[in-house]
Design a protein around this ligand. Structure first.
Ligand code: EPU
Length: 419
């Protein structure tokens, strides 16, 4: 496993370009299964989750190359295969292949998905709704086997607005004849992006990002070249990195409206942020002390995202006053807290609520990344802490941030990756 060695106390300054969104690329890769041709994904970084998703596609027969940040996926010759645990255990997004595989082969067999250990992360919303659409599932010995005969219903009401389930069901409906509706869908920007990608391939989807998604299923898809949306979580993380180091930074390739909830909270607490929506730029100017954030709760889009909860927790740890954070999406997203406490943070956690008593300083220490976003929260802590921080197991972070150490170093951070 690799470590980051971070010397804290450097003010971040300069300009960086935000990458395409991991959580947009992953469902797009699953959606590429629907196309019996070549799909090109531009500005696609080699996040390790993306590499693992490509391994799944290659196992099914995809020919994949990655040249100057364009991922070229040729799915002309895929065959039905059982996706074993070795391929699915590390990424949640492996379940996104279910809908597309059920369309392409009328059957699918895969081991349960893994991913960051941040909660139970069940798949019942995926399965029960695909069942309503005519898929029969058998769940045995750690795998899911499904067969599709024909649609039973065409209107789906999701019990929870699950991002992955909305994506899976949307891909399934888009590629099977019929007029479909998804009620109570997730509205995250990645859902809209997936709909845009599928539409560019020939799908007929309207209403993504709204209360009801309408889909007219089609039976074939054309090759396409697509650029996914910028990563709103990377943008938010870098913005918080700027704030925590009292930096002066500009982020390019940012869709500011996607992180409006974060920008609002930071601005209300005194951060000096200028949005240039037309040029997809966002600038942070160093200013005075921020005031504590009051109460923040994570909720589905457009509210505060769970994926920025831990970076925000680090910022709350060094912001004078009391901040209360309530995590409503995942049960185990405070696993970074004990590590942050080792660095001098004063935090009390009770179930899904954490109370942060802001300190004037954190102190470098030896700490462990337990998951992707919890890990990056500790990087932010290291950037502001007095002295050196050794952060172990940074592979968790590399699932969704590409060469983060280079990005931060470009802004003047003192951070090294060592094996
Ligand atoms: N849930 C169920 N049953 C289901 C589906 C979801 O109980 O069938 C629960 C989950 O356990 C969770 C909640 O519903 O408590 C929300 O889960 P959702 O399905 O919306 O999340 P996801 O599709 O598994 C995606 C992102 C996550 C992000 C969430 C919420 C990808 C690959 N992952 O996960 O990203 O936190 O939506 O926005 O798109 C990350 O990038 O660090 C990450 C975890």
């Amino acid at each position: 496993m690799a470590d980051y060695i971070i010397k804290g106390g450097k003010k971040l300054e300069g300009e960086i370009v935000i990458d395409s969104a991991k959580n947009a690329i992953l469902p797009i890769l699953a959606g590429s299964i629907l196309c019996k041709g070549v799909v090109k994904i531009k500005r696609c970084p080699k996040y390790t989750d993306v590499v693992k998703m490509c391994d799944i596609l290659k196992f099914l027969g995809s020919k994949i190359t990655h040249k100057s940040s364009t991922l070229v996926v040729d799915n002309s010759n895929l065959s039905f295969k059982f996706l074993p645990n070795a391929l699915t255990k590390d990424i949640r997004a492996s379940i996104f292949t279910l809908g597309p595989l059920l369309t392409r082969f009328k059957k699918a067999k895969l081991s349960y998905p893994g991913g960051c250990s941040i909660g139970v992360r069940g798949v019942s919303t995926h399965l029960t709704n695909l069942e309503k659409l005519g898929v029969r599932f058998i769940e045995r010995h750690g795998y899911i086997y499904g067969e599709y005969e024909k649609s039973i219903t065409q209107k789906i009401y999701l019990d929870i607005p699950s991002v992955g389930a909305t994506e899976n069901i949307m891909m399934f409906m888009a590629s099977n004849k019929g007029r479909y509706e998804i009620h109570n869908p997730a509205k995250e920007p990645e859902i809209v992006d997936l709909a845009n990608f599928l539409n560019k391939m020939g799908a007929k989807i309207t209403g993504a990002g709204e209360d009801v998604i309408y889909i007219d299923g089609v039976e074939s898809f054309s090759p396409v070249t697509y650029t996914p949306i910028p990563d709103r979580i990377e943008a938010g993380t870098m913005l918080i990195a700027g704030v925590i180091t009292k930096g002066d930074i500009t982020l390019k390739n940012v869709e500011s409206s996607h992180i409006a909830s974060l920008i609002d909270i930071l601005t209300q607490s005194g951060a000096d942020i200028t949005v240039n929506a037309k040029d997809r730029k966002l600038t942070l100017k160093s200013g005075g002390e921020l005031s504590a954030f009051g109460k923040i709760e994570t909720l589905p889009y457009p509210f505060f995202p769970t994926d920025l909860q831990s970076p925000m927790g680090t910022l709350a740890s060094v912001t004078k006053g009391v901040t209360i954070i309530k995590e409503n999406i995942f049960e185990c997203r405070f696993r970074y807290v004990p590590e942050l406490i080792k660095m001098g943070a004063k935090i009390k956690v009770n179930n899904n609520v954490a109370v942060f008593q802001g300190q004037s300083k954190l102190y470098g220490a030896e700490v462990y990344a337990t998951d992707l976003r919890g890990g990056v929260a500790l990087v932010l802590a290291g950037l502001t802490a007095e002295g050196y921080t050794t952060l172990h197991d940074v592979e968790h972070i590399e699932r969704g941030y590409y060469k983060l150490e280079r990005l931060l170093a470009r802004l003047g951070a003192d951070i090294k990756r060592v094996k």
